[in-house]
Design a protein. Structure first.
Length: 276
């Protein structure tokens, strides 16, 4: 079982009794797992989805270590499965307070080489469907369960949405689309009292990130250039997510919060590190 330190036990639980669905947990190293750990520790009732039977065992094992009891299959490329996910959830919970969208995918061959050479029509469509549209599809179904609950929707982005990064390619376009979706959803769902935000996390060694060519070098470079001198952890992203979905962030919507140690503000690394 995961253990929480005394400071966390004694600290006010930001998400006490809130019902939160987390979509995208794959393994214990994923950002979604860090979010689930933080939210569970902050008192939330958590439900986790798993993409397919191959991942079911890992997700259930991880979730049970956090006290999670609800596990639902959901392939976000299928509107039918998304609809069934919320039908399943509504049979167990009276309402829903938040949805965490931690999903991103592009074919591996799209993430290796020059953008103009490796980007295909099919890869473009897949990246946008899985990484961006799925957030909208989840929002459509979630709002039925969030009625009169001032719900919150949160997704995960990356700096590649705003600036070019080697080999990130079509994922950068998909993340830019995702961030635009955050703004449009914030306006659309704000009328019903719901908030929509994103976290732009710094690079973290996850299974999904390993698909980007030279990702290890990106990690090293990021740690060197980051104002705090290191890379962030999944738990740090998780704690930021707990805040954004809590009532303490009730005035925040349509925003992209950078959790990257300040990397996004730097235009140049230390001059001492460059060769003369």
């Amino acid at each position: 079982m995961l253990e929480f330190n005394n400071n966390q036990k004694n600290f006010m639980k930001l998400l006490e009794n809130k019902n939160i669905l987390i979509v995208g947990v794959a393994n214990k190293h994923s950002i979604a797992a860090g979010i689930a750990e933080s939210m569970s520790g902050n008192g939330a009732n958590i439900a986790l989805t798993y993409q397919n039977e191959r991942l079911k065992g890992n997700v259930e094992k991880l979730g049970k270590e956090m006290g999670v009891e609800t596990f639902i299959p959901c392939d976000v490329s299928s509107d039918i499965e998304i609809k069934e996910t919320f039908e399943n959830l509504s049979s167990q919970w009276e309402g829903l307070d938040a949805v965490i969208h931690a999903v991103g995918f592009a074919p591996r061959e799209e993430l290796d080489g020059e953008f103009v050479d490796v980007t295909s029509r099919e890869g473009f469509q897949i990246a946008h469907d899985i990484s961006s549209y799925s957030f909208i599809a989840l929002a459509k179904e979630a709002k039925k369960m969030m009625e009169n609950r001032n719900g919150s929707l949160l997704t995960l982005s990356y700096l590649g949405s705003q600036m070019t990064l080697p080999n990130y390619n079509v994922m950068g376009l998909a993340k830019a689309s995702l961030e635009a979706s955050v703004r449009y959803l914030a306006v659309s769902m704000g009328k019903e009292g719901h908030r929509v935000n994103a976290i732009s996390a710094g690079p973290i060694k996850t299974l999904a990130a390993s698909g980007v060519k030279n990702f290890r070098k990106m990690l090293s470079y990021n740690a060197t250039r980051s104002p705090i001198g290191r890379n962030i952890t999944t738990r740090e992203v998780g704690d930021a997510a707990s805040f954004l979905t809590s009532d303490m962030a009730s005035g925040i919507s349509g925003e992209v919060l950078y959790v990257d140690g300040g990397f996004n503000i730097t235009a140049m690394g230390s001059i001492e590190e460059t060769e003369s």
